[in-house]
Write a protein that binds this ligand. Sequence first.
Ligand code: 13P
Length: 251
Amino acid sequence: MRIKMVAGNWKMNKNLQEGIALATELKEALQQNAPKCAVVIGTPFIHLASVAQIIKDSPIRLAAENCADKVSGAYTGEVSAEMVRSTGAEYCILGHSERRAYYHEDYDILKEKVLLALQNGLKPIFCIGEVKEEREAGKQNEVVRAQLEGSVFNLNAEEWKNITLAYEPVWAIGTGLTATPAQAQEMHAYIRSLIAEKYGKQAAEDTTILYGGSCNAKNAAELFANPDVDGGLIGGASLKAPDFCTIIAAR
Ligand code: 13P
């Protein structure tokens, strides 16, 4: 049985004190209302060690939003997968469209990052999704297939077990334009069929595929009602504990 999950991606929001306050609020809220799914929060690097302490006796798991494509050494400003893991983080968001678009992370860079994350005991939450023009041209399947083939379908079956996917149509991120439940289901089923082709039916059944892109407290339930939508990767709505808790409760 695959894991159902709601994951937050804080992006570049919250200073350290605000981040600690948000993690504390979320932990306390989930003590009142125990989640029925896995809960992960993805925070900026500088928050990781502090947030790890706050959530250590809670069901919340921790993710970084990125890691370096190099092992260690003279790469000023970079943070390695090993460093991320040493904070207590268990997951690493990789391939986010903002990293692809603004920091030019291509298939090969992402392939390296995924391998380094896995080698260091981190579970990648690997993001894929098409931009608006690609959807309008009917190319979304092609794009998503290329993203998978370019960066994660090189993994072996054992490695694949540690992968969580997030389908995030770029046109839906931060825009208030959510994919309809039918659009999400159609793409998630397609992604699962690609996994089945590559790793077999059981592996496809066991892979968690999250939806991301303007998923919020109001629309989460109808998105999660789809058989192939295993949860959400939540941006803006993960920055408010009550909203994030409503989304968790919808899963
Ligand atoms: P929003 O929920 O703010 O649209 O962001 C989604 C996202 O990019 C999560 O990684």
